[in-house]
Design a protein around this ligand. Structure first.
Ligand SMILES: NC(=O)c1ccc[n+]([C@@H]2O[C@H](COP(=O)([O-])OP(=O)(O)OC[C@H]3O[C@@H](n4cnc5c(N)ncnc54)[C@H](OP(=O)(O)O)[C@@H]3O)[C@@H](O)[C@H]2O)c1
Length: 391
């Protein structure tokens, strides 16, 4: 079968298309003909040979990847034969040698999820289902911790990413106001289209006009001379390009006199720290950032779920157990607070259900299977939107 393997750690080009023997399902397992293979940011650091993530480095050569969707083509001893021919999605587990970037994968039958029908009555697209099995699961879990309500004003970093696109939609669906931060106009455009698609027309509870306390007479997102943009009519979403040096002022202009109440941060570093400082009132009180700086934040909650920038958000003083004193309530959706892999199934089911119902529009960045190296390069260069999937 075709598989993407690497025999050494290094740049994206170490990923090569090879022929390797078909796997054979053992007792309790099935064979899946895979048509959609999830690509994770973690796959890129593993490929570079960087230890320190949640998984140990694999033994080489290795087939990366842990999220798949396809059709069951064979069943092993003890498995109900009716699985044959069914469309399924599965997470292969928290294992360094995932085997997901291969055209066939052996999966423990208990890990299979039948792919549900989507809002149009047709089966959910396999790439969308793949996105739900790992990233959607993480989104549900993180959102459980965040407990977004209609009273919240939510700041999302990396808002055009795999998780960010889901957080923005869910927060809006919950009635909250959202400041979505992403790098570049193209990413914000995609987010705008996605949200407009998911929330056609102003939601019934949306107050027309600016966010509370916004610039008088101006809809947040239409502030001249700033990087703000918005989905017309909702009045609840501001899109801010944080590659623009003036982005903090733009975000503050969108917030007006109402501080953010919740930050969802998976970027970390200076961006995540500056985003967290949007919590509170800029009254000059010490905000408790672990480096002792005063960013002016006075309260609110931060849910940290990653550090795509490679550095910690200074409010989190990663790693996990090392809680800092801060007026910002910090919660972690990764590390010791994350549910163990054995408990992931309910989160996967809920993620698939949200995509199936149309509550979430799934954004995918699809790359031909043979071009896995390109997919990794684009992820590392921050040129993707939504979930990266090899097809
Ligand atoms: N997906 C999951 O299942 C999962 C599970 C656990 C933890 N996480 C963590 O959650 C975070 C987001 O994951 P995701 O799956 O949504 O990833 P993603 O699609 O790659 O999104 C991450 C976003 O982070 C921003 N970013 C900032 N600096 C970056 C850098 N140096 N390299 C790459 N991206 C950078 C990029 O947006 P801009 O260019 O707009 O800044 C990018 O869109 C990551 O830290 C990840 O490790 C994800």
């Amino acid at each position: 079968m075709d598989a993407i393997r690497h025999h050494s750690f290094g740049p994206p080009e170490v990923l090569t298309l090879e022929q390797i023997p078909d796997p054979v399902p053992g007792p309790g397992e099935v064979l899946v003909d895979v048509v959609a293979h999830g690509v994770h940011l973690l796959d890129t650091s593993t490929r570079r040979g960087e230890a320190g993530g949640p998984l140990p480095l694999p033994t080489l050569p290795t087939v990366p990847g842990r999220e798949i969707a396809g059709t069951v083509s064979d069943v092993g001893p003890g498995v109900d034969a009716s699985w044959r021919g069914r469309r399924v999605a599965a997470h292969l587990g928290a294992v360094p040698d995932g085997g997901g970037y291969a055209r066939r994968a052996v999966v423990v039958a208990e890990k299979l999820h039948p792919i549900p029908d989507g809002p149009d009555g047709a089966p959910l697209d396999p790439a969308d289902a793949t996105a739900m099995i790992g990233t959607g699961r993480m989104a549900v879990y993180t959102l459980d911790i965040a407990a977004v309500t209609a009273a919240d004003i939510v700041v999302v970093t990396g808002a055009a990413g795999a998780l960010g696109t889901l957080f923005v939609q869910e927060a809006l669906q919950s009635g909250a106001r959202v400041v979505a931060l992403a790098g570049g106009a193209a990413k914000l455009k995609l987010l705008r289209e996605l949200v407009a698609d998911a929330l056609p027309g102003p939601p019934p509870d949306a107050a027309p006009g600016p966010m509370p306390g916004g610039v008088p007479g101006q809809v947040a997102g239409a502030v001249p001379g700033t990087a703000l943009d918005a989905v017309p009519g909702t009045g609840r979403l501001a899109l801010v390009d944080y590659s623009d040096p003036g982005w903090v002022d733009a975000a503050r202009a969108a917030l007006g006199s109402s501080p953010a109440t919740l930050v969802l941060d998976g970027v970390g570093g200076d961006l995540g720290t500056a985003a967290t400082a949007l919590l509170g009132t800029s009254d000059g009180t010490t905000d408790g950032a672990s480096d002792g700086t005063d960013n002016g934040a006075a309260g609110g909650r931060l849910v940290a779920y990653g550090w795509a920038s490679g550095a910690a958000n200074r409010y989190t003083a990663w790693a996990g157990a090392d809680r800092i004193e801060s007026p910002v309530e910090v919660r972690y959706a990764v590390g010791p607070d994350a549910p163990p892999m054995s408990d992931q199934r309910p989160y996967q089911e809920r993620a698939l259900a949200r995509a199936a119902s149309g509550r979430w529009r799934v954004a995918t960045h699809r790359v031909p299977f043979a071009e896995a190296a390109r997919a990794h390069r684009e992820l590392e260069e921050r040129r993707t939107t939504g979930k990266v999937v090899l097809v």
